[in-house]
Design a protein around this ligand. Structure first.
Ligand code: GLP
Length: 259
């Protein structure tokens, strides 16, 4: 796991966006895995600037990580809508190339299986953008999730529902209890896993993910098994990392040829 500590959320966004735009330059029809939540917003903002400066994203494909189950189609907090606003429209992606699991399908389990098929048929995810929940979840793979699971329905923990109540007028009763999420196994298949985290509230989860033992109680620890996991964090989110000096040494002594 490569851990890059930068001063603030904007610098996290700049760093992550540079990695993503480099991939798109090399592979104009790249398949991105896109995350929702507040953490990747500076990344999308920085990427938007690169697009304005001429990066061609017309052939980029995107697959969202997760979706709530049970929100009506078009609900402003459904991830389909969040992805449309924060990613598709902001970056000017072709909407036909952007995919979100269907949380209102008649047969939700079948929609999960179909989502895995769509990812496979697109050639797999080249780069998966990830945030991390304060309880160590990635996507919506909550503590105790299978570390080899695929896209499926999960039950949200009280902690995640409370964290996300801010998007639902601080009314817990409006927060769905269930979701569809790519599994850890799906996420581990991505060519690169690029996780961004900012703020003190993520410091424990980041330290557990990077330096704790691998285990289902912090699902993000599964990224220790990923061949190309890149973790970009600001000072606050990095504040409980024990091995900080080494990470900075690696960052500052990166060979020129290494992306
Ligand atoms: C949400 C999403 C995750 C996201 C995480 C952190 O519940 N399902 O994909 O990474 O929680 O969100 P935020 O970045 O807003 O803290």
């Amino acid at each position: 796991m490569e851990i890059i500590v930068v001063p603030n959320p904007d610098a996290v966004g700049e760093f992550a966006a540079h990695r993503i735009s480099t991939l798109i330059e090399q592979k104009p029809d790249a398949v991105l895995g896109v995350a929702t939540g507040s953490s990747p917003v500076p990344t999308y903002e920085a990427l938007e600037r690169t697009v304005r400066d001429g990066l061609d994203v017309s052939r980029v494909n995107a697959f969202a990580l997760d979706e709530y189950v049970g929100l009506r189609e078009g609900h402003p907090q459904s991830y389909a809508e969040v992805v449309r606003r924060d990613v598709t429209e902001r970056l000017g992606l072709d909407p036909d190339r952007v995919h979100v699991p269907s949380g209102h399908a008649d047969d939700v389990p079948a929609a999960c299986v179909d989502y895995e098929r769509q990812i496979r048929e697109a050639g797999g995810v080249d780069l998966q953008i990830l945030g991390i929940g304060s309880n160590g979840h990635i996507g919506f793979n909550e503590p105790s999730s299978s570390l080899s699971g695929r896209t499926r329905v999960k039950t949200l923990t009280p902690k995640t529902r409370a964290d996300n109540a801010r998007f639902f007028d601080d009314d817990l009763s409006q927060v769905p209890t269930h979701c569809i999420t790519q599994g850890i196994g799906t996420i581990l298949d991505a060519g690169v896993a690029l996780l961004v985290a900012t703020g003190e509230s993520k410091a424990d989860a980041v330290a557990a993910m990077a330096e704790g033992p691998v285990g289902a109680f912090c699902p993000a620890t599964a990224l220790q098994w990923h061949r190309r996991a890149v973790v970009v964090v600001d000072e606050a989110a990095a504040s409980r990392l024990k091995n900080r000096e080494y990470y900075d040494f690696v960052r500052d002594n990166r060979p020129e040829w290494q992306l």
